[in-house]
Ligand binder design. Structure first.
Ligand code: IPM
Ligand code: MN
Length: 343
């Protein structure tokens, strides 16, 4: 059995961390992944005028999964151009509606909180909501300029992400926190709350809590151990998962999976951190978020033993203090430690 993987290292630290993650995956499951690398990036944009070719989506569709490093080089290409030319269209085109982001402390990682024992699974809606891209600007550059950007919440979109969250809660500790801001946003967020109530009836075994996004931010800091599965809209989920990354010790540990649960198109796996152009030349990018994302990819592809072995090796590595302090250890040293822990 071989899985065809589209590798998109992208920009900045996306390149070294992708290489590290693939090295680990190849070692744990030799021959399982057949990778094709695509140079789609801001560099590619500067050369060709596009982040990916016009038929990029069609090309990717033939793969079993996509592994992405990071996209963005704001000094050369505006983020609004690079992200809307590569990462965001892939999430939408392949209906990767569930963005799964685990937040827990790896052994040996201190984290900024006094609390140690938390294990949160953030499920972020990944195709619509505040990221729908509906809007426009008129009277550009004049004093009368107007900018409108409309969030779009569909019944199909909200229902499927909530159901996905309930299913995850069922497999874990049976708790689901639904995040809105329905005290201020009286249409879309009240709609989300109503659908949460309706769908909860199908999951009587799951304990549901409703949080406003501001309140759950405080809870993630003050009492993260009280949370299990957290389901949120695209933008709220984006913000909450940087907070989640922070409480787990930093973005160097935050992994993610953009999942198409029906498997009608490939899913995509990527670390939550961006391209970090400021440290890209230093050789100290933490590959752990990318390696963890590779484990999530193997798990999704059905290689659950290989995925578990990667996580055990990552945990053995951090337990020794390796890779636990941002900027302290070099990328290749951390990678070598994970590879050694696989033996
Ligand atoms: C993330 C990133 C992206 C997002 C950016 C780069 C568009 O912050 O994956 O969390 O907002 O989704
Ligand atoms: Mn983000």
């Amino acid at each position: 059995m071989t899985y065809r993987i589209a590798l998109i290292p992208g920009d900045g630290i996306g390149l070294p961390v992708t290489e590290a993650a693939l090295q680990v995956a190849q070692k744990v499951a030799p021959g399982l992944l057949d990778c094709v690398t695509f140079p789609w990036s801001c560099e590619h944009y500067l050369q060709t005028g596009r982040m990916m070719p016009e038929d990029g989506i069609d090309t990717l569709r033939g793969f079993d999964a996509i592994f992405l490093g990071a996209v963005g080089w704001p000094a050369k290409v505006p983020d609004s151009v690079s992200l809307h030319g590569l990462l965001l269209p892939i999430r939408k085109a392949f209906v990767q509606y569930a963005n799964i982001r685990p937040h827990r402390l790896l052994p040996g990682v201190k984290g900024p909180l006094r609390k140690q024992g938390f294990d949160i699974l953030c499920i972020r809606e990944n195709t619509e909501g505040e990221y729908s891209g509906a809007g426009g600007r008129v009277h550009v550059g004049t004093p009368d300029e107007v900018a409108v950007e409309t969030s779009i919440f569909t019944r199909v979109g909200v229902e499927r992400i909530l159901r996905f969250g309930f299913e995850q809660a069922r497999k874990r500790r049976g708790k689901l926190a639904s995040v809105t801001k329905s005290n201020a946003q009286k249409y879309s967020m009240v709609f989300w709350d109503e659908l949460t109530h309706q769908i909860a009836a199908d999951y009587p075994d799951v304990e549901v809590s409703h949080y406003h996004v501001d309140a759950i931010c405080a809870r993630m800091v003050m009492a993260p151990e009280t949370l299990d599965v957290v389901v949120a809209s695209n933008l709220f989920g984006d913000i909450l998962t940087d907070l989640g990354a922070a409480i787990q010790g930093g973005l160097g540990f935050a992994a993610s999976a953009n999942i198409n649960p029906t498997r009608s198109a490939p899913s995509m796996f990527e670390p939550v951190h961006g391209s970090a152009p400021d440290i890209a030349h230093l050789g100290v990018a933490n590959p752990i978020a990318a390696i963890w994302s590779a484990a999530m990819m193997l798990d999704h592809l059905g290689a659950t033993d290989a995925a578990a072995r990667i996580m055990a090796a990552v945990e053995a590595t951090t337990a020794q203090g390796m890779g636990t302090v941002p900027g302290q250890d070099r990328t290749e040293v951390i990678t070598a430690a994970v590879l050694a822990a696989l033996d």
